[in-house]
Design a protein around this ligand. Structure first.
Ligand SMILES: [Zn+2]
Length: 124
């Protein structure tokens, strides 16, 4: 286990449109559905569920290969993030639980996945 896997969970701060009950991450100044402005800041839950994922095998931003996933959070918000505890022999699956962490290295966020949370019959 690396130090990144033991980092405390954090809530990502986006915005929320009160008029049409839509959440956004990253936050938006203007709601694309109803054009409301001055959207209040809104913290996402620190955990979401895997919607889909892929493996990145080329690039120089992070050591390859690494996994990226879209995770769904309460409020119908979908967030892209790197899954730091993925491995070739530990695939992800839709519905698995991810936890958000602050990434001090990039100033952004990353996910850890709970490998025990795989829905039965969904293992890739
Ligand atoms: Zn709206």
């Amino acid at each position: 286990m690396t130090s990144t896997e033991t980092a405390a969970p954090v809530a990502l701060t986006g915005t929320h449109c009160v008029a049409c009950d839509r959440g956004f991450y990253p936050g938006r100044d203007l709601c694309p559905t109803c054009w409301a402005s001055d959207l209040p800041a809104h913290d996402l839950a620190p955990t979401g569920t895997v919607a889909t994922w892929t493996v990145v095998r080329m690039g120089n931003l992070f050591e390859v290969p690494y996994a990226l996933c879209y995770a769904d959070f309460d409020g119908d918000v979908r967030v892209l993030g790197r899954v730091v505890n993925w491995a070739e022999d530990r695939p992800l699956a839709p519905g698995m639980t991810v936890t958000t962490h602050a990434d001090a290295e990039t100033g952004d966020h990353f996910f850890t996945v709970d490998h025990a949370s795989a829905p039965t019959g969904q293992e890739a």
